[in-house]
Design a protein around this ligand. Structure first.
Ligand code: THU
Length: 139
């Protein structure tokens, strides 16, 4: 799922809500949708995909990133994650690192449920003092 937008926040959240409907989460019954805005202003969305062999499942954020990379996107400018829980559904630790590969520390991450925006973070807030691609670049 990818399209051009003018209002990144509302469009990203809408895309994450829509794709969440397609989550394959028969084991946890915890559906998550994620959407990323790339450097070209395109939105890429993905949902969690669980597996009968439980550890083989993956998160919505990983799906959205895979869709972006497959479409030729190179940088993540903003992120929306949508889930329904008492607390805002923030990206798991592994997904924070996956986002770090493509996003700057000041990249905005919006966390929403089906009706409202629940919280706003930067990637640096969710993953401080992080390790990234530049660590592997020799001087
Ligand atoms: N999940 C996501 O898709 N993203 C997150 O950031 C948190 C967790 C999924 C993984 C699993 O399919 C289900 O939610 C319950 O953990």
């Amino acid at each position: 799922m990818s399209r051009n937008v003018e209002d990144p926040r509302d469009a990203l959240i809408a895309a994450a809500r829509a794709v969440r409907e397609r989550a394959h989460a028969p084991y946890s019954r915890f559906a998550v949708g994620a959407a990323v805005l790339d450097e070209q202003g395109r939105i890429h969305a993905g949902c969690n995909v669980e597996n009968a062999a439980y550890p083989q499942g993956w998160c919505a954020e990983a799906s959205a990133l895979a869709v972006m990379v497959a479409a030729g996107g190179q940088r993540v400018r903003a992120v929306a994650v949508v889930g329904v829980a008492e607390q805002p559904v923030t990206p798991c630790g592994g997904c924070r690192q996956k986002l770090r590969e493509f996003a700057a520390g000041d990249c905005t991450i919006w966390v929403a449920d089906l009706s409202v925006l629940r919280a706003t973070f930067t990637l640096d807030e969710l993953l401080p003092q992080s390790f990234g691609p530049e660590h592997l670049r020799l001087p």
